[in-house]
Design a protein around this ligand. Structure first.
Ligand SMILES: Nc1nc2c(ncn2[C@@H]2O[C@H](COP(=O)(O)OP(=O)(O)OP(=O)(O)O)[C@@H](O)[C@H]2O)c(=O)[nH]1
Ligand SMILES: Nc1nc2c(ncn2[C@@H]2O[C@H](COP(=O)(O)OP(=O)(O)OP(=O)(O)O)[C@@H](O)[C@H]2O)c(=O)[nH]1
Ligand SMILES: [Mg+2]
Ligand SMILES: [Mg+2]
Ligand SMILES: [Zn+2]
Ligand SMILES: [Zn+2]
Lengths: 214, 214
């Protein structure tokens, strides 16, 4: 109980911090390998100088993802949970101390790439403006039914890797039904970070989120 | 400290229980959607009556996977962690009470399908004969570097969904290098549960494991 209250208080501090800095913060969650970093690479490439972006990268170990994103000339801050017990999720206080290392006066969109895990990250409020869950078409249609807490905690569901659909027996309608059953209000969009298909809708959603914070 | 000791004691009880029953127990772990259930379906189909099999199914919610496997006429026992806080891993005591619901006199191979999660399940010793991690080629080559604890805790790594390789830019040698770097002693085998390619090696490995318990 006390822990939850402390987490909520930390989230509230973050919310105010992002608001004071006019920054739209987006928490990206998924199973390992669903394509969070690939989508961020595509996003940074497409946005160019249109919006200032930065990334807080969460992983148990390595800086591999932060290095992939730093190539786009943006600020990155790495959180590695490994040395502190290997937690499988990020917490609000860690995100704040990472974000404080960045010059947010240059930033419109702050992405938090969470640890690859479809379970625990959903239970920790980071005080961001939007929670996004990626589900790749290669993971199967049943994940929203089997891991509903994640889908209930999100504002947007990105169905990723749709370029692979021709190679799969995938029932998109079944996935959409399962998403609606887990969270009727959850908006879903389909895209491929590889081919760029559907990425426009994602960019428009980001532009809207950023505009709402100005 | 006390918790760890209790877990180890429970694992030891399981080890003796499986040994007394002449059962080879295999703990299957992976990210969500890497293909654990699909591989078990293919295994049960291929083994037919050659070896007696049963499954302890671990999920946060639903009995979807247990129902897929029950179609093969085998005994299944479902553990759902959702009603008890939604733990993202299985523990030895839960596996034992599930296994005790089964008639193990008919069973040579007991599969434990763990919760889809590349982090926490690696830290809980279930007292089984072998720990197996699946990594699908769609998740990327970097997972053994980013989630090393899982790869270090396993005896076998199954690289799954290799039928999708023609549709991917996947560097198998890089994955194999990353597996070796995380755990030099970890045996890796490649297969497709969809086409059956490579499944023979997996079945031979299972036969060997079962024979070692007789
Ligand atoms: N075909 C295809 N592959 C993709 C796409 N997006 C990502 N991938 C591949 O999926 C694998 C994982 O992508 P990442 O971007 O590393 O995934 P991630 O969610 O950031 O992974 P973690 O941070 O480890 O949880 C890589 O091999 C990518 O090349 C896509 O749109 N299409
Ligand atoms: N192409 C291809 N798809 C596969 C293969 N194995 C599994 N899949 C697909 O991958 C998705 C997930 O498979 P599952 O067997 O449900 O994966 P799982 O690891 O049991 O998932 P969880 O239990 O939820 O963690 C499904 O859409 C399967 O059809 C394979 O060998 N090739
Ligand atoms: Mg990533
Ligand atoms: Mg399964
Ligand atoms: Zn967890
Ligand atoms: Zn965890």
């Amino acid at each position: 109980k006390k822990l939850m209250a402390a987490q909520e208080a930390d989230a509230e501090i973050n919310r105010k911090f992002f608001s004071d800095m006019n920054v739209a913060a987006v928490n990206m969650m998924s199973s390992p390998g669903s394509g969070k970093t690939a989508l961020l690479e595509k996003t940074l490439e497409a946005l160019g100088g249109e919006l200032g972006a930065a990334v807080v990268e969460g992983d148990i170990l390595t800086t591999l993802d932060a290095e992939r994103l730093a190539r786009f000339g943006i600020q990155t801050a790495q959180i590695n949970t490994g040395p502190f017990g290997g937690d499988c999720h990020l917490e609000a206080a860690w995100v704040r101390s990472a974000a404080e290392q960045l010059d947010l006066s240059l930033v419109d969109l702050l992405f938090v790439e969470n640890v690859g895990n479809l379970v625990c990250p959903a239970e920790f409020n980071l005080g961001v403006d939007a929670n996004v869950v990626l589900i790749s078409v290669t993971e199967g249609e049943d994940k929203p039914a089997k891991y509903p807490i994640m889908f209930r905690s999100c504002d947007l569901c990105v169905v990723s890797k749709i370029d692979l659909l021709p190679a799969l027996d995938f029932d998109m309608e079944l996935l959409e039904r399962n998403i609606r059953a887990a969270n009727p209000g959850l908006r879903a969009m389909k895209l491929s970070a590889k081919t760029g298909e559907g990425v426009c809708e994602w960019l428009d959603w980001l532009r809207g989120l950023s505009a709402s914070k100005k």
